[in-house]
Design a protein around this ligand. Sequence first.
Ligand code: ACO
Length: 375
Amino acid sequence: MKKPIWIAVVLTVVLMVTLLFGSCGNGKLPASSNAPSADGTNSTTTDSATDDTISAGDASGTGSSVPTRTVTNDDMATIVETSDEWISTRTGISERHFADQETNLSLGTEAAEKAIAMAGIPREEIGVVICATITPDNIVPSQACLLQKSLGLTEQIFAFDICAACTGFLYAMHTARSLLCTMPEKKYALVVASELLSRVTNFADRNTCVLFGDGAGAAVITLDENSRYAFDCGADGNTEVLYCPKSYHNTNPFAASLPEQPEQQVKMEGRAVYSFAVQALSGSIRRVADQVGGYPEHYICHQANARILQAAAKQLKEPMEKFFLDIAKYGNTSAASIAIALDDCVRSGAVKRGESVMLSGFGGGLSYGTAYFTF
Ligand code: ACO
């Protein structure tokens, strides 16, 4: 290669690296490693907990919204053979909310409005909007594009959805934070997690229908130089134990034969998912604790079953009092669950500024993830 061309190539590479990471801590890349997860799968771990690595993400405003209709365990017992006693002792759930007129967008918009109001920020400084959901209103446009419109956000924005089931809010937060690192001109990202699980629930299956609920949560994310941050995530593709097929009304006139369309409803092997959840949660939390040198003051985990959190706490030898629980009021709202719990924690004062938290999720995919930050 001739010398001037060689110099130009080097300069271009240096410029690209600076643009990608320069706004997030002296141009240094975050440490990254692959560690085996509790169940033997690979997980990706990113640590920015040292002084000179990238700055931390922080939720500067939170919000949530649930449908007005509350459905109690006794109400569920009118449609399937179950009881308040069985549901509450096996899961910790007392009631959930199911949408009537509400949509994914209406719930997401209300949660986001509350988060923006709490953060008290100018909307034009929001450079990213991500919606985590497995129950969008449409295939196109995405929920994130619809949120851009309904919230009056600028057109100069990254807007897209993430499908990672109950881990969706964590994946979205980490993605938003990573994007902010590349956008020095934008200070904030908006992460919304909105679900109408009633759209994909088989209300004749008592094994699953008593578990789910509808709702949305949102957080305004910003990079905080003074906060510590660490993250772990993983995935292990599986349609055996947790599965919700997509049903397409296919009218392709050129197809020799059209496949029969599956029912678009969640199917779950409860016990297998339970075992995965306990291992994934404790393994992921342990890996993040190793990075930051200890356990946090609070855990805000996916609310699928109170017993899963009790079992994980026992494995970690951590007191259950550190684990926030609001499953009694909402059931399992998939991606929205951690976002709603985070908002409940903030508004109730259960977590205070300066305290350390781990958000941890697991679910369909199979997928899991944990994020540590000081609030
Ligand atoms: N009411 C009464 N009885 C019931 C009900 C019900 N709603 N559901 C199941 N049963 C019965 C079963 O039929 C079974 O009866 P049998 O012994 O006569 O066969 C008995 O109760 C025990 O069933 P199990 O499945 O063993 O109950 P378990 O204690 O495992 O609890 C549960 C089931 C709550 C589903 C649990 O396994 C669990 O929480 N699993 C994990 C779910 C989860 O975390 N999902 C996350 C992802 S969801 C997503 O991604 C959208």
